[in-house]
Write a protein of this length. Structure first.
Length: 302
């Protein structure tokens, strides 16, 4: 099986990054991801500090998908996420949604916590262990104009930080340049909504097993999408959060109309009853909102 190793990492997503792996549509392959701040974490006694950070959300690859063009969408099926046995999280006051409140607390600088990851649990303390919920924080295709640091997110994907980008689900990404140039990284063992600490989630290394297929790009699709066995999920990134929410809802309505036979008004009314939505992160340059509907409700009126 082919593998994109962590030997070559990128700090930005760009069409100018040299290709590190070539994959055929439908081929199953693996990706080694590095810790979001570099290779400093080697044992449970290591604690993060700003001085140790050598990378900012490094991505493995620039992975070229054969035959992919701007007329296509990547359908990325996540088959497995194998986590490292250690990870960390950090409270970085200047990056959180609560800088003024934290400043009044006088907690000082960065507060970090290193944890063991074993037996499908994060060992938070002697008294508490948390079941893992592995997720991929960064997944994106190279934009056709410009280059973006790996802290950013947008229509190309990027640093989305969505818990549903996980095992058994499929994320759909628009293609902008030949080969798509897929970049992946920033894996978490678990992450709460909002990502309020700034550094995770439990940040960790991983080995991913994925399969990438090509599908024709739907005319109405602008932003990435996610499909689970139970739901379809739309994505919006913006500031303020209300704008990210609006994008996600509008994208979900467009999806229901374009692929499932709803009218605009019918979809809008139905979502008013059964839509689920939340902001998955408040710390990146653009906030991420998702909107979802369970597939059992995708039955337009006849």
């Amino acid at each position: 099986m082919k593998i994109a190793t962590r030997d070559i990492l990128y700090n930005e997503i760009s069409r100018f990054n040299p290709v590190t792996l070539r994959i055929k549509p439908g081929e199953v392959f693996q990706i080694e991801t590095e810790l979001n701040t570099g290779d400093w974490l080697q044992n449970e006694n290591d604690q993060w500090s700003p001085e140790k950070a050598t990378w900012r959300n490094p991505t493995s690859g620039c992975i070229y998908i054969e035959e992919a063009t701007a007329k296509d969408v990547l359908a990325i099926k996540i088959k497995n996420i194998e986590l490292s046995n250690i990870g960390y999280t950090a409270l970085i006051p200047r990056c959180t949604p609560f800088p003024d409140w934290i400043r009044k607390k006088d907690w000082g600088g960065v507060i970090s916590k290193t944890v063991k990851i074993e037996n499908d649990h994060v060992y938070w303390s002697k008294n508490l262990k948390i079941p893992i919920q592995p997720m991929i924080g960064f997944v994106g295709t190279a934009p056709d104009i410009g280059s973006y640091p790996n802290s950013d997110n947008g229509k190309y994907g990027g640093n989305l930080d969505i818990q549903e980008v996980t095992i058994g689900n499929t994320i759909f990404l628009p293609v902008y340049v030949d080969g798509a140039l897929l970049h992946v990284g920033d894996v978490h063992a678990i992450m709460g909504d909002g990502e309020i600490c700034c550094a995770g989630g439990i940040e960790t290394r991983s080995i991913l097993t994925i399969q990438v297929d090509l599908i024709p790009k739907p005319q109405e699709m602008i932003w990435p999408r996610i499909e689970t066995p139970e739901s379809i999920i739309s994505i919006g990134c913006a500031r303020p959060a209300e704008d990210a929410f609006r994008i996600a809802v509008q994208e979900l309505i467009n999806w229901m109309v374009g692929s499932f036979g709803f009218t605009d008004t019918e979809a809008f009314l139905l979502l008013g009853q059964v839509m689920q939505a939340r902001c998955t992160q408040f710390v990146d340059p653009l906030y991420t909102y998702i909107a979802k509907i369970e597939k059992k409700y995708l039955k337009p009126e006849k």
